[in-house]
Write a protein that binds this ligand. Sequence first.
Ligand code: ZN
Length: 260
Amino acid sequence: MLLRGILAAALLGACSDDGGGLADGAADQTRWDGQVADGVALDGGAGCATSAAMLSQVDPSRMLKDLQFLVGLGERRTYLGQRKAADYLKSQLAVLPGVALREQSYTYQGQTYVNLEATIAGTELPGEYVFAGAHYDSASSDPVKAPGADDDASGTVAILELARVLGGCHPRRSVRLLLFSNEEQGIIGSTSYVSSIKASVPPSSVVGFLSVDMVAFGPAGEDLDLATKPPQATFADAVGAAVEQWTTLKVKKIISEHCG
Ligand SMILES: [Zn+2]
C-alpha cells in the first residue's frame, strides 16, 4: 500500500495548510480544462505521449530508496536533520534535465533554512502554473527520533519522482514542484515561500496547488482523501477523476471552508 499511495500522490491534493495560502489564489476555475492527465505533455518522446506512458516511468524501487534515505536520517525536525534532507533532495533534483532548481531561503530561530523549487517550464502557457508540494521536515513526541516515513517523506518522494518523470516531458503549463521545510513548526517554510513569489506569480496565474501529505498512512483499500475549500471544487473534481481513472483507489472528497 505504501507504494500505491505514493504513486497516487502524483494526482492528489490534501486538506492541509502546506501551501501557505497558495491555493487561495486559484479561484479562477474558468481556465481549468481538466487536463490533469491527458494533455499534460505535448512531446518529449513516446514516454510523454499519454498519461499511461508517463505513469509507466514511475519507478517504485527508486522511490523506496529515497524514502529509506530520508527515514534513515532519524529525524528531520532540527536544523541539522533538515539540512541533510535538503542536501539529498537537491542532489537528486539538480541532475534532472528539464528541471530548473532554485533554493528559497529564510531565517528561522537564527538558522537559515531552505525550500526547494523545481520548475518545468510550460510550452504553450508558461505564465500559468500548476503547483504541487510536500514538506520534508518531520515531527514527533519522541525527544530523539522523528523518522517521518509517512508524514511526510511519502509525499516528498512522490514530488521528487514527479520531477524525474515530468522533467523529461514538455507540459503545456509550467509545473512547479515544491519541497518545504519547517511545516511542522507552523507552516513556516511554505509561508515564507509564498511571500517570496507574490510579486512574480500573481494569484490569477495559479491554476491549482496539490499538497501531498501523508500518502502512506492507510492500509490497502483505504480511501484517498481529496480535500479543499469550495472555490477549488472544480479543480478537486478534475484531480479526483484522474485518480479514479489511473489508480484503483477510492476517492473521498472533503469540500469544506475548514480546509486550508
Ligand atoms: Zn504533514
